[in-house]
Design a binder for this molecule. Sequence first.
Ligand code: HDE
Length: 684
Amino acid sequence: MPQEHHGANDAKDQQLEQYRVHDEGKELTTNQGVPVDDDDNTLQAGERGPSLLEDFHFREKITHFDHERIPERVVHARGAGAYGYFEPYRSMADVTRAAFLADPEKRTPVFVRFSTVAGSRGSADTVRDVRGFAVKFYTDEGNFDLVGNNMPVFFIQDGVKFPDFVHAVKPEPHNEIPQAASAHDTLWDFVRNQPETTHMIMWLMSDRAIPRSYRTMQGFGVHTFRFVNAAGEGTFVKFHWKPKLGVHSLVWDEAQKIAGQDPDFNRRDLWEAIDNGDFPEWELGVQLVPSDREHDFDFDLLDATKIIPEELVPVTPIGRMVLNRNPDNFFAETEQVAFHTAHVVPGVDFTNDPLLQARLFSYLDTQLIRLGGPNFAQLPVNRPVADVHNNQRDGYHQMRLHRGRSSYSENSLGMGCPAAAGPDDGYQHLQETVDGAKIKRRSPSFGDHFTQAALFWRSLADWERDHVVDAFRFELGKCDTKTIREDVVAQLAHVDQDLAARVADGLGLDAPSPVQTASPSPSPALSMDNLAGDAGVATRKIAVIAADGADAGPLTGAMQAMAERGAVCEVVAPHQGTLDTADGPVEALRSLLTMGSPLYDAVLVAGGSRAVTTLLGDPSAAEFLGDAYRHGKAIGALGDGSRLLEAAGVPTTGRGIVTDERTDISGFVEAFADAVSAHRHWSR
Ligand code: HDE
């Protein structure tokens, strides 16, 4: 059955309807439409005889199967996608002529693909990595692709280094180890030889690299782009996506456990949220820099290893994006979607950022090999909702029936059509004077690789810094080459002496000798401590640990109250199915065997002496609670459920621990909801 979907029926959805296949009540046919009598047996000479070549159904079926795979993306192979819409808050016509940003009444359909970078298609979701955040806006003036990441900077400054970087981070070539992991010699060998990576490496070692959910990630366009208004005036622009649910991450121990417990953790979370009607939402913000202020900064706007600190240029919210529909088919849509940084619409333009310039070449090139020819824009997910008319013809998998004799311009036979739109309607590149010698040389304005790395470090909360130090120790600890560990620690001394010394200590190395470092004032906007948002417990997943004999009354009361606040509660018990309780049925959706604490945001333990006795005898219950505590999560216990905490070595009082010892059920729910909405309790 085709899935029910929410919020459908925008222009893109209507367009897709003509491609949807409805198999209900239909007979099996070949691709030629011939009905197939039997799909279980090959045509053969006699019941035990050899198969016959003339079984065209068998041959067609097997041949198609043999050709089912296309090359996976070289980077960002693993992803998850969804449809939705974007709407601006107000007209941005003063800075851009883009029509999709002009009218607050206008909703523009979007398709978004989130991804990891280094892993192959089948790798785990929760590895330490950058996340892709690519948005295709199907605007009335054509498709605009904002192909960003969840971190605001990049590893390199010039696109010519991209294959080197990717080769270094990918599995090593001799044995293809390790999969989807940066913790190996070649990546860190690249880092020590390429100091421009330092700022991005700080982000990669932070918890930003292990997001709790795609729904709780920021997104960034990374490069400085340009808006162009109707008068032809340019304004530099950086794009920011801010999640409504706040920015939240996992901790490393969880990320590793989830890679085993549910390798599809992030894609499942996105799918289920949309399926439940909890539509993920982001606010689009921009940092705008007038053209004449290009050189006002002590870094270069064209350098993708730099942010514009929000204290220098604030982020102005300009609209919101909501994802409200899961795709019909993963391959057709999420795999075949083709993003390209050069897919821009009138009013959006590029800058001379050498990384962006390289991308303008690479994405088209990669789609040609991946999707097998130049007609990939005709695939349903890629088709613009705007009309397409041009003289581009033929090629593999041409789906359109171009009519008439003329496929060239200027023509008179076709009445001059399709005719160039002219400057009013047509895309016009920003007119900019360019003058320079042909040289292969990096601008000196790209030369400071450490100040913003120090800015990031100095902006983090203590718990975030602890996690960064642990991450460096883990990653470098996995490197076999001692000089790599030493060199990277020496490199970190240029960021911060304390950071370098702590990493060195964990690796059993001497602290590097002090060097002169920059000491920028912190930027609060960079710390996740300040980005938690105010969404309360909305969509937080709570594991309810219970067993036969649980006190169902208070338990269902608490679960209902949490659900009313928007949380999602799942009963996890020693066995699945209905629990045997005296006061009303409790359905255990999951068992302790199939789920672990890392898959949830918080834990609630049921009371009831028979249930608690059973759980005390089940080591996985204690492990569940021990993990939840170690990972800073809220833990609530009803009645004698607190005995289970004691047995797991978890204190029954303290930050983020809530019992109903001195309160009634509504007081308990209030306190537990507060504890859950804090996401994590690092200071306990
Ligand atoms: Fe990409 N990148 N990239 N990239 N990138 C690709 O295009 C490339 C860069 C990003 O969900 C490829 O269709 C070069 C920065 C995302 O389909 C490829 C350079 C940023 C996605 C490619 C960069 C990104 C890609 C592989 C350095 C953040 C996934 C498959 C000059 C702003 C899009 C594909 C999706 C994918 C090239 C650097 C984001 C090979 C040459 C910086 C989100 O064309």
